[in-house]
Ligand binder design. Structure first.
Ligand SMILES: [Zn+2]
Length: 163
């Protein structure tokens, strides 16, 4: 919500931080042009819902895994200051020529680390893949109702098996 040049959270009416984060709701109620739009499909099956975290090197979205019908979190490699995007033009990241070598180095390290995590059997990572000239990792969204239902059922089974 824009008022006299300042952005307010439409839910609690606090002034938003420059990155679009509401300090009270801890959400990003105003979509910025650099974030993937709600409804964007990645890898043909991961649906973007909204932005839930903005970090120095990544954006994290909530989403939906159409194949497995579950809530997910999707982390996108997006190093602040090294890459940019205008979703009105394209979902692909843009990197200035002079920043390309630094970006490439950071990207390679990030992708290698993600691929390493992806191979760890004990971590609940669903997928990791390159797209839009960047890299993504997909994990189950643990605050989802589906996860809460699963946990409740699991707790119930555990307590009943103890008696
Ligand atoms: Zn708010």
């Amino acid at each position: 919500m824009d008022f006299e040049g300042r952005q307010f959270c439409p839910q609690c009416m606090r002034i938003l931080a420059p990155d679009g984060n509401c300090p009270v709701c801890r959400t990003f109620p105003v979509a910025l042009p650099d974030q993937l739009e709600s409804g964007t499909l990645l890898r043909g099956k991961y649906l973007i819902a909204g932005l839930i975290a903005r970090g120095k090197t990544s954006l994290t979205y909530s989403g939906w895994d159409e194949g497995n019908a579950q809530s997910i979190a999707i982390r996108e490699f997006f190093p602040r200051g090294l890459a940019s995007r205008d979703v009105q033009l394209s979902d692909t990241l843009t990197v200035k020529d002079e920043d390309a070598p630094v970006f490439a180095k950071a990207y390679t390290a990030f992708a290698a680390w993600q691929s390493h995590l992806c191979r760890m059997q004990h971590l609940p990572i669903l997928d990791c893949f390159p797209e839009n000239a960047t890299h993504y990792i997909v994990i189950p969204f643990l605050r989802s109702p589906a996860f809460a239902a699963w946990k409740a059922e699991n707790d119930r089974q555990e307590s009943s098996s103890m008696v």
